[in-house]
Design a protein around this ligand. Structure first.
Ligand code: F6R
Length: 258
């Protein structure tokens, strides 16, 4: 019997920019366009190094073009646990320092990383989900991708119907965070993260990746069958997902398709 022919990867929802600046321009244009057409849009935002250029592009457009965020609501994907919201390592401070201190968006939320009991965390996670629903649901969810294939902090093993909850970070993820924490021993072992199900409820998803270090996981995310081992593979199943890459992050995916 002849082997089942390989189906070519569907790259119709993939766009590749020449470099990081181009990539951030593409993503910032999409967000700006949404905010202009729907002034009360609800955005789901990510931290990490990948979206930094998107945030500076949005700050520039706010300053120079008056891009208005006054009616926009933003929900961040995750926060380390335990983590004080005042700590410079917190994602709350990250978002303030890289975006919200410089635009006119009063309504922005980051999961609470303060140390508290398991039942209090559970309650707060339910409230985070309820707050997203009350805001009308997320119009556009921005995602990076971790080397484990995590989205948000949904590490391998996360179920496709998972919701906001306390999660345990993979060692690779902690190692990647170690330089900014001054060593792996200072990196929290847990986080509070929106679930895959929470992310999949968004009406549109934009996943972005930059650099050769992400090329292998990008290829896996976009070519492997959906599996809990690579949480980003679930995201590819979203009916309105867009993958935005620079040339280095796209290199192995394009090779796989050649
Ligand atoms: C951050 C987040 C993570 C990052 C991912 C990539 O809020 O949810 O999934 O997007 O770890 O991180 P960077 O962009 O630093 O490579």
């Amino acid at each position: 019997m002849s082997p089942t022919p390989m189906t070519r990867t569907d790259l119709s929802n993939v766009q590749v920019a020449k470099d990081y600046t181009g990539l951030c321009g593409l993503v910032a244009d999409r967000i700006a366009n949404l905010v202009q057409t729907k002034p009360n849009a609800v955005l789901g935002l990510a931290t990490g190094s990948t979206p930094l250029g998107v945030y500076s592009a949005l700050v520039r457009r706010h300053r120079e073009e008056g891009l208005d965020f006054s009616r926009v609501t933003c929900f961040n994907l995750d926060e380390y646990y335990p983590m004080s919201p005042k700590s410079l390592h917190s994602y709350r401070q990250f978002m303030a320092m890289n975006l919200f201190d410089y635009i006119n968006c009063p309504n922005w939320f980051v999961p609470d990383g303060l140390r508290r009991s398991a039942s209090e965390i559970e309650q707060d996670c339910l409230e985070y989900e309820a707050r997203i629903a009350d805001a009308g649901g997320i119009d556009l969810q921005l995602l990076g991708i971790g080397r484990t294939g995590h989205v948000g902090f949904n590490e391998p093993g996360s179920a496709p119907d998972s919701r906001t909850r306390l999660v345990t970070l993979a060692e690779v993820t902690r190692q990647d965070a170690a330089p900014s924490f001054g060593g792996i021993d200072n990196v929290p072992r847990q986080a509070v993260s929106m679930g895959i199900g929470t992310i999949m409820d968004a009406r549109e998803i934009v996943m972005m990746a930059t650099g050769a270090g992400k090329a292998a996981i990008v290829r896996a995310a976009w070519t492997e069958d959906p599996t809990d081992h690579i949480p980003a593979t679930w995201v590819r199943r979203h009916p309105n997902v867009h993958l935005r890459l620079d040339e280095s992050a796209a290199s192995l995916l394009l090779e796989a398709d050649a």
